[in-house]
Design a protein around this ligand. Structure first.
Ligand code: MD3
Ligand code: FE
Length: 217
């Protein structure tokens, strides 16, 4: 019996790429699960529709959002918070699909964060022109857990800054199937998304979907 390079199908993704201390990019990590993730996201959105939240400052966000899992992130004039119910329906958020939790856990492990068990997944939907201004994610109670993000659909320019709002952000292209893990010293870094460039994605058309997995409670 001989072994050949050709016995194994090509890995759907390459080696983890370090972005910053505690932050790792796994290009293409979600490619072989993309269809399952998108179908599960569609079911979540059918039960908890995407909505454009109001910021505490009174602006309507250009990104459409929903959640699944025990806790969901919301914003209103009253501030940002995690809630165990969808304010639109008064019902619990849809449960986290098994394929979501599984992918997030495997990506975190690949980046060196064993035992990550997300209890919240924020679903962000970008249409051309939608953006997310520079912010920190600090509403979660467990900041020792990383955040795992999955990009699907049109590519985006992700802005990755430092621990001060004034630190000039680096620009990173995030494409369909890319997964990034943000933990350790990067967990409280300022970050955002540049206005989405128009385009046509073969599966998703004129949109980008981003899933962010957190340990919020
Ligand atoms: C770096 N979402 O939902 S994901 C967010 O593409 C958010 O929709 C963006 O920022 C998006 O809060 C970016 C990548 C990401 C998420 C959380 C982070 C990067 C992060 C937290 C700390 C540092
Ligand atoms: Fe964020």
């Amino acid at each position: 019996m001989t072994y050949s390079l050709f016995d194994e199908p090509p890995a759907p993704h390459g080696a983890p790429e370090p972005i910053a201390p505690g932050a790792v990019l796994l290009r293409g990590f979600a490619l072989d699960q993309a269809e399952a993730l998108l179908q599960a996201a569609q079911q979540v959105i059918a039960a908890a529709p995407l909505r454009h939240l109001m910021t505490p400052g009174g602006r309507v966000m250009s990104v459409g959002m929903s959640n699944c899992g025990a806790l969901g992130w919301t914003s209103s004039r009253a501030g940002y918070r995690y809630s165990n119910t969808d304010p639109l329906s008064g019902q619990p958020w849809p449960p986290m699909p098994a394929c979501f939790a599984d992918l997030a856990m495997r990506a975190a492990a690949e980046a060196g964060f064993e035992g990550f068990a997300p209890d919240a997944c924020l679903i962000n939907r970008y249409e051309p022109g939608a953006r997310l201004s520079l912010h920190q994610d600090s509403d979660e109670s467990d900041l020792s857990a990383p955040i795992v993000s999955v990009s699907l659909g049109l590519p985006a320019v992700f802005l990755f800054g430092g621990l001060q709002r004034s630190d000039r952000p680096a620009r990173l292209r995030l494409a369909h199937g890319d997964v990034a893990v943000w933990g350790g010293p990067s967990r409280l870094a300022f970050h955002g998304v540049a206005p989405l460039a128009d385009g046509e994605h073969p599966r998703l058309g004129r949109q980008r979907i981003n899933l962010t997995f957190r340990r919020a409670g």
